[in-house]
Each structure stands twice: as structure tokens, then as C-alpha cells.
Design a protein. Structure first.
Length: 491
């Protein structure tokens, strides 16, 4: 697979270019993302499904510059897909031929079920693990749903409901009274198969709604991916968006490029939530573009990452860790200490994975600036640990790296984040385990270390010298109130 791959997604409202760069077999990060509001479907549904000249020219211009970007970034592979707008257009073949001749770009039109599949594929691989859910991707011309159970895509469907379609056929003609009938006619295709407690929201409309909810609730993190909320808490707000003016929407924080379709998107989203009897919404920052990329990246591995593999963790290690054995050793020692202390001190087992990830990533800031490495690690984790973690987990991992070998400020531990964190006592325990594990690797010797708990002593045994670790460990804060005894070949 090419080290850099460009994915172009031509939707009804906008076209996007995403460039992904691999750092190892399955690890990657987003290198560039460019969006252009081309509105290629503008006027299409009012003109017997014929694409209009001006929207087609906008699309051609945007695609031309996308190709320039991809070439400048030396992308060796360009994957371009088009969804509902071209799927429905009667003159699509002429547009596709023009693009191929003028830009040397091959557009692949994907059907609705394939679009639903790609969205579900990205959710399965890039969100924190969910057992059963339905993906809902509201686009300009259509809405795709996929039912997922135990990481398997069970059913896929595409409905002829989209923000641009509803805008032109319903809202622009002041036929809002017909909206329920229009939606219910399409919903009849669903049956009860898609009824599900959890909905994973994909696409620009749902993400825009989630951003407004984050802002309304003063959510402390900027990261949208994996942000979740309960339907009962927010359904009234979602419903009100349908009737707000542009001025009111701007006041809430909505971006200008979403003003013309947010009312339609909110109306569709509100109706779908009620139809599926959903209780929880999980927002996905990944969708069709990531699905296209993963469909290529994972084609030889059953379209799933290996067990216990996270592409963002691996990517940060690939890019910022010099000796890859260090994080493995530190997490191995932390795992042993955690297991040794877990029962006696009632450690929260649900936090163990966050501790081990923090162990692996605690050194990533050193390549930027050694003397402020912890602050850099904190920033990288909070902003570049893109996939596979809830906001709560990502924040805990980042804070553990920030305060490794530092006393936690009990009175004002990141006050703006406090509602996302576990009990302070548990953070103290995890911080201590991380700190002592890093210190046991002070000499970079990666000694074979054994850990045991005897009475009120944490016994650490090594057949090699731990002189540096001994001197440092005796001075650290110890929330367990344990005596630490280190037995090495210098005893």
C-alpha cells in the first residue's frame, strides 16, 4: 500500500480531500484535509435529477485543486468516490467523463449500501468498542444506516432522505407540513430491524448538532470523535434547531457553511432517533472517507485491525519514540504492579488500560523538547490520540503523562476537566504506578523485574543493578502508604 493515500469524497453539499500517511503496517495519521462547499446537487432535485452547469463547474474547479494538493504531497494512490448526488443524476456519466479527461481522475460512484458499509467499517475500527449499534449518516441526498452486532455488519440500507433533497422539495416550498409524511414513507423501508439503544452519528449534519451540544454544555474538550450524550437530555434542543433563524443559529456557534442545511438535518435526525427508539448518541468523527481508506488498508486482514491494536497509539510510537522497547517494558512493569496492588487497594480495573497506554506514550514529548516533555506528551495525546478512546479515557491518559513524577494538585486538578475524570484517589494510584514503572527503567537496562506484596512492603526484585531507581523512588509521593523495598545485585 502507498505510504500516502488521498481519498476524495464527492457529496451532495461538499467535496472533501483527505490525505493519510502510514507510519507502519496498520498505523496512520491524517496529513491533510481540505473541504470545498461545491453544492453539486443544487437545483438537481428540482430539475428532474439533472446536474446543473454551475454546480458541476464548482465541483470541477475544486477537484482540480484537490489533485494539485495530492500531487504536491506525493500521494501515490488517489481513491475518489461519489455518493447520492451523482448516484441519482441522469447526466452523471458525462460529468465523470469530463473529470477523467480534464483531471485524469477516476470517480467511482458507490451505491447506498456500499456507502452505509463504509461508514460502519470506520465506526467498528475507529471508535471505542461498542457491542451493538446503528450507524446513521445523513448526507445531502440520502441517509445511510447500518446495523452492527459484535463488530459484524448485519444489515445496510440507504433512504432517499437528505438535507439538500428535503430543503429543495420541502423547506424551500414551505411544505413543512408534508415533512412527516415524506419521512415516514422512507422509514417504512426500515421495519423494526434497526431499532437500537445506541446510534453512531456520522456525517456533517450530525457532527454539527453534536458541536452545538458540546458548546451548550461547556464540554471541556475540543475533540468531537466519540463524544456521546443521552437522547432524553438533548432531544428538545435538537428539535428546536429546526425552527431557529440564521441569527439564532450563529449565536449558538454554528458555522456559516452549515446554516443552509442544519434545519433540515436536525429534522431528519430528530425523526430517525424517534423511529429507532434510541437512547444514546455516539458521535463519530470518521465516516465514508475513513471507510474508503480502511477498506484498502485492511483488505488483507478481514477489514479489522489486529486484536488489541490501536492505529493512533502505534502511529505516535512510530513517530516520536526512538527505542520502541522502552514503552513495552514500562507498561509491562506497570501491569505487574497494578495486578499486585489491585485487590488490597480496590483499584478500578476499568482504568487499567488507560494506565498501560499512558505508560507507552509517556515519553513521546521528549523528541520535541526534553525539558518540557510532559507538557508536549499531554498535548499530543489530547489532540493526536485520534481513534479508539472515549474523551474520558483520552483525558486520563494525557493527565497521567503530564503529572508523571509530579505531585497531583488535589485541590485544583485541571478544574475544567474534573467532570470527565475518575475519583482523585484512583488517579493518584495510577500516577504512582506509572511513575515508579518509569523510574525502574531509569538505566534503560530493561531488567527482568519481579513484583510482590508482603505485609506492608512492595517488594521489587531484579538480578541487575537498580541504583538510579533506588535513589529516585525513595523521594516520590506514595498514596498507598507502602514501604518499597528494592532487591537487586547491589544489596
Amino acid at each position: 500500500m502507498a505510504k500516502r493515500t488521498a481519498v476524495i469524497d464527492i457529496g451532495s453539499n461538499s467535496a472533501r480531500l483527505a490525505v493519510y500517511e502510514k507510519s507502519s503496517r496498520f498505523a496512520f495519521h491524517l496529513l491533510n484535509e481540505t473541504k470545498s462547499v461545491i453544492k453539486i446537487a443544487e437545483g438537481c432535485y428540482d430539475n428532474d435529477n439533472f446536474l446543473q452547469e454551475i454546480p458541476m463547474q464548482r465541483a470541477m474547479d475544486a477537484l482540480g485543486e484537490f489533485m494539485t494538493i495530492a500531487t504536491s504531497l506525493k500521494c501515490r494512490k488517489i481513491l475518489c468516490v461519489a455518493t447520492s448526488a451523482l448516484r441519482d443524476a441522469k447526466n452523471k456519466q458525462q460529468f465523470i467523463l469530463d473529470v477523467k479527461q480534464k483531471l485524469k481522475l477516476n470517480i467511482k460512484i458507490i451505491n447506498g449500501e456500499k456507502e452505509a458499509f463504509l461508514g460502519a467499517l470506520s465506526a467498528i475500527n475507529l471508535l471505542p468498542q461498542l457491542d451493538n449499534f446503528v450507524t446513521v449518516d445523513i448526507g445531502g441526498g440520502s441517509t445511510e444506516l447500518a446495523l452492527v452486532k459484535n463488530r459484524q455488519i448485519i444489515r445496510k440500507i440507504s433512504l432517499d432522505i437528505g438535507t439538500v433533497r428535503v430543503k429543495e422539495l420541502i423547506f424551500d416550498k414551505n411544505l413543512q407540513d408534508m415533512l412527516d409524511i415524506f419521512l415516514e414513507n422512507e422509514f417504512s423501508k426500515l421495519g423494526d430491524d434497526f431499532n437500537c439503544h445506541t446510534v453512531v452519528g456520522i456525517g456533517g449534519s450530525i457532527r454539527a448538532v453534536s458541536k452545538l451540544i458540546m458548546k451548550k454544555n461547556s464540554f471541556p474538550l475540543k475533540s468531537l470523535h466519540a463524544f456521546n450524550y443521552l437522547v432524553d437530555d438533548e432531544i428538545y434542543f435538537i428539535n428546536t434547531l429546526t425552527n431557529l433563524s440564521d441569527k439564532q443559529l450563529k449565536k449558538l456557534g454554528l458555522k456559516s457553511d452549515r446554516l443552509d442545511t442544519i434545519r433540515e438535518g436536525s429534522a431528519i435526525f430528530n425523526a430517525i432517533i424517534k423511529k429507532l427508539k434510541s437512547k444514546k448518541i455516539v458521535t463519530s468523527g470518521a465516516g465514508v472517507r475513513e471507510g474508503v481508506y480502511l477498506n484498502d488498508l485492511l483488505r488483507g486482514s478481514n477489514l479489522l485491525f489486529p486484536i488489541n491494536f490501536n492505529p493512533s497509539v502505534r502511529n505516535l510510537l512510530d513517530r516520536f519514540i526512538i527505542d520502541q522497547k522502552n514503552p513495552i517494558f514500562i507498561s509491562k512493569i506497570a501491569n505487574r504492579i497494578f495486578d499486585t496492588l489491585a485487590i488490597k487497594y480496590s483499584l478500578d480495573l476499568n482504568l487499567k488500560n488507560s494506565l498501560l497506554i499512558a505508560c507507552k506514550l509517556t515519553e513521546i514529548g521528549q523528541n520535541v523538547n526534553f525539558h518540557s516533555s510532559k507538557e508536549h506528551s499531554f498535548y499530543f495525546i489530547l489532540n493526536a490520540l485520534s481513534y479508539g478512546f472515549t474523551p474520558n479515557e483520552k483525558l486520563l491518559i494525557a493527565l497521567l503523562t503530564k503529572y508523571q513524577n509530579k505531585k497531583l494538585p488535589r485541590e485544583n486538578l485541571e478544574l475544567e476537566y474534573i467532570k470527565l475524570l475518575p475519583k482523585f484517589e484512583q488517579i493518584e494510584y495510577l500516577n504512582f504506578i506509572l511513575t515508579i514503572s518509569v523510574m525502574l527503567n531509569e538505566n534503560l537496562n530493561k531488567n527482568d523485574i519481579e513484583v510482590a506484596l508482603e505485609d506492608n512492603y512492595l517488594i521489587i526484585k531484579s538480578d541487575k543493578s537498580l541504583y538510579l531507581a533506588k535513589n529516585r523512588i525513595k523521594n516520590i509521593e506514595n498514596p498507598f502508604q507502602l514501604n518499597i523495598k528494592i532487591l537487586d545485585n547491589n544489596v
